[in-house]
Write a protein that binds this ligand. Sequence first.
Ligand code: HDE
Length: 731
Amino acid sequence: MASKKPTQRAVPDTKDTENIKTEQLKPHTANADNELMTTDQGVRINDDQNTLKAGDRGPSLMEDFIFREKMTHFDHERIPERIVHARGTAAHGVFRVYESQSALTKAAFLNDAKAETPVFVRFSTVAGSRGSTDLARDVRGFAVKFYTQEGNFDLVGNNMPVFFIQDAMKFPDLIHAAKPEPDNEIPQAATAHDTFWDFISLMPESTHMIMWAMSDRAIPRSLRMMEGFGVHTFRLVNEAGLSHFVKFHWKPVLGVHSVCWDEAQKISGKDPDFHRRDLWDAIESGNYPEWELGIQVIPEADEHKFDFDLLDPTKIVPEELVPVQLIGRLTLNRNPDNFFAETEQVAFHVGNIVPGIDFTNDPLMQGRLFSYTDTQLIRLGGPNFHEIPINRPVVPVHNNQRDGFMRQTINKGKVSYSPNSLGGGCPYQAGRMDAGFTSYPERIDAEKVRRRSPSFFDHFSQARLFFNSQSEAEKNHIIDALSFELGKVQTIAIRERMLYTLSQVDKGLAAEVAYALGLKIPSEVHPPLNQSIPADGKPEVYQPTEKQIKLQRSEALSMANTVKNTIRTRKIAILAADGVDEASVNTVSQLLKDEGAIVEIIAPRLGTLQSENDEVIEVHQSFLTASSVFYDAVYVPGGTNSVATLEADPDAIHFLNEAFRHCKAIAADDDATQVLEATYFSRKLPKDGTESVMDEGIIIDADANVVGREFVRAIAQHRFWDREQVRKVPA
Ligand code: HDE
């Protein structure tokens, strides 16, 4: 194999990735190449290595303004991290609608198929702090800021389509319960502890979301391989004022894929930046992540047609009832220049909408409309955070808002009020041109009440729909996740309450978890579920009710039905040592690269290898720096000496055992079977040529072309979960 880096798509000319937003950011960027160092006041610094002292060994002098400035700035470098979604990573990109959606919405960016709208997208986990691991079992934030010609539109969504609670009033409680426990701040970025499950066990409305959070959706393979959802029902409003309800979806072009829990935990130790790095590397190498924007559209007249309430954020609209129409494409094509300035300072807000899009009365959404501005005020230090470059719209801003900490704009003139005559009445309201944002004139005639709508009371039907729709492997993973999380809970009564809740979803599920916990499913629970909610003194009103929904399964809910026809950007490990057969390395890696995969050679040490025919092969990682959990599949080429070395190397054998345990595709040349035979799993492979789920995804052939082609097909399947029948692989 040629001694150069694995070939990847060439990085396109940066001009291709420039847009009106990146242009707008340019004047705010700074580059110190070939520049002299200065103070913040522009004074050139003669010496940045030493403080000013009275004599060589004397005390430092207060007069040293250069030191004082440097240290003061350093002392103030941190801002508060986000109370939720603190851990995140982001990228620039563009969005383009396929064809005009003017029948549904007057939003200009959804009306013009030629218009390219710049976006900034931030992905995040929810519970962990800024430095926590990417692979925590958690919901992922999927926040998109569209810099449209009519102002900023933020679609602040998640990678799961429902939420834990129905009313914003409960959000601080949910987050207090989920965050590390307040006495000892343990555990970090994990919900496997008493306070979280205490809360959940008393909140049956969270059951549907718990099914999602305990599924593999909570441990994505890549941020590029997860769906996104607006969660709430929104409105689209057209030029004529006609409104439709809408649910927003992001569908990843590469499909929806996850890692398994054992793998997630190992990645968390070996590379806590796994997702962040993966996103960065994909963009740097020109493998731009892409999603299609999908919408489910529901006419106003159909609002009450469903056996759930469209305003209830713990419910999905099954795709079988309302299909998802794909209307546009999001492409992330540029990494930020500076993490703090862009990713950390970006301020999303559900309330940032543009004409043609509007809110609904979902009580969770309504609460969010308050929270996001409020949180930015403390996090970014005042009311002018919209002036931070990453937050600025790409259209002019004119209003009578003035002053405040860190104001950047120098507003001219005397007038900062309206109406005015001194300023000629400026800035004008767009209403005189019949333009600008107007709220949808929804008719509301109601009593003020502080209670939950009875139409929100069915907490289990959709949880059951989700569970029923999973493949066997996915169901097992949910059972394992619940057994793990509840197993970490110390209070037996909490475990029992959860078993009761699970028994409302599926008796088999509850029985399996009960078995793992060594408990029995109780027939009733104390205190009664949701006892904390009723303000009107009627707890029985809030007991879980169950409706039998017509739909038993929804294909769209199972990741087993996702895109499985590509290996683009999958990472493949080739295990090799001196004496490797370079012909098969070249053939297989070329076939993989032709399909867009990334191939890395892993060897006992870094540097180069000498192949069987004395060719020099560059090593990308050693067994010390790499681990099977960083790769999607592994290949062992032949070559007598290489095979003998690997067979005797415990790290190589561990690598293979672990890849097997995590159900990954494994390929080997015929003359490398010795290496596979040294693994634990070789005992589980059928020896008599019979078919077994154990050897699915394991490819051994003498012809490297056959190995390569079969391997590509196997990797596209992502995982061979049936192998999990062998659960105790020592790896
Ligand atoms: Fe958030 N959420 N949230 N949230 N949320 C925040 O705003 C809040 C909810 C979501 O990358 C905070 O700027 C309340 C649902 C994302 O910067 C805060 C409620 C969904 C992000 C806040 C919810 C989300 C946030 C913290 C219930 C999916 C990260 C920092 C009423 C549809 C955005 C910040 C980023 C961040 C409040 C529920 C998504 C405190 C009160 C449901 C992706 O304002």
